[in-house]
Design a protein around this ligand. Sequence first.
Ligand code: HEM
Length: 476
Amino acid sequence: KNSSNLSLPPGPKGLPVLGNLLDLNGSQPWVSFTQWASTYGNVIYCKLFGRQIVVLQHRSSIYSDRPPLSTTKAIGSEFNSAQLRYSDEWRLHRRIFHQSFRPEAAKDYLPIQLRKARQLLQGIIEAPERYQRHIELFASSVIMSAVYDYEAKLNNDPLLLTAEKAIKVFLEMASPQTSAILETFPFLLKLPSWFPGASLKRLAIQSQINATAMVNIPFNYARERVMTATSNQCMISESLKRLDTSGNVDEFELALKSSSATAFIAGTASTLTVFVLAMMLYPDVQKRAQEEIEAVIGTDQLPTFEDRPSLPYVEAVLRETLRWHPVFPLGLPHYTAESDVYNDHYIPKGAIVMANIWAMSKDEVKYPKPDDFKPERFFMANGQLNDDTVDFPFGFGRRVCVGKYFADASLWISIVSLLATFRFMRPLDNEGKEVDPIFQWSTGLISHPKSLPCRVVPRHPEMTARMLADVIELSA
Ligand code: HEM
């Protein structure tokens, strides 16, 4: 109890130092939090190493701060808008993003997203076994174009590889488990890098090098092109146009290049991999979506954004993909800069507050049989789509995802283009029988199927890369 006589929220009793670590499903903590809710209710308190953690099982717009992490500097992630404290610097980042990616402005990037979705189809038809790599390339090259007006090459593009390398290390270092360990045992980052067991320190140094490259190289490329008036519209060119040269130019440039680099750390590719898994496991859903596309568009053209209102079932497939397996199951951590009272519980200062997006997606009242992939759940009795657009996977309040409208368009155009062109089927065993795919889920902040085996075949068996190129040419 505290001075106002309110108690901390309930939660499992933990051990000193380790806290509730032993009670927690380490690779999928959101599953444990969701189970705990049936015992402790919708607001749970627990401790992980020294950190106080409050988990909310419902949507909440409270607490706009992010936890300060002593590892931020060590891994070179000061640039990351998503990690900034609630401050003027964060407001500047947010403004830059908002100007390019608010709903009206994000429309300017639809042509890029359409073009990249079709490149994705071409990549897959040429190398279907590498479909997952092409999905990753789609997600990052669409950002490269929209943010830097940089046309990434499909093979070994140096800027893309730099960004991807940087993100991989960040996600490893930023997982709740690794950061909790580093927060509790900061000496791990002080050991000389040759010291046995100092692998985290080595990883941290590598991360700093990657981050510097990722923040500066593409930005310098884009700025150069803006200065020589050769740039097309992109977040950098638009922001530099708005630059008030009487203000603090250095501060603005730093915010611009930092927020730009943050755009890479997004969930688009992971969400698309979840979509592929769902299509494989639910062939009837896949077929129904394909029939809808065929009825509306035919077979000799590819869908465009104009077709979106005429394809309600595809819309429901996108919503169900976001709901069925949210790729940020715990969102990003929020933080209490001051103590607070919430739902009659005392919330201490300095607590990490997580909204359990996973629990929201598995709400059996709202989504009966939540483990089933069922786009039909989004239709009302009159056959119209309901108004649940599944926005909770993008977070809440002032820290809600700033890229959500852009991400929504990228996801829709890639999903509809993939469905129009390919079938996603289960892998075959030695006897040629279809079997469920065997794969692992990634752990850490982002959860998605890793190395997901899938047979991706053109919907029309005679379709070749050459013919697809013709269809793309003929499509609007
Ligand atoms: C399917 C794709 C995506 C998903 C599921 C997703 C999800 C999220 C989530 C859960 C958060 C944390 C919200 C919170 O703290 O409550 C977030 C924050 C953020 N997202 Fe996204 N995101 C996606 C795509 C994107 C894209 C494409 C961009 C950039 C163009 C982007 C930029 C950001 C930024 C900058 C933040 C930090 C916001 C802040 O801290 O103020 N995201 N996103």
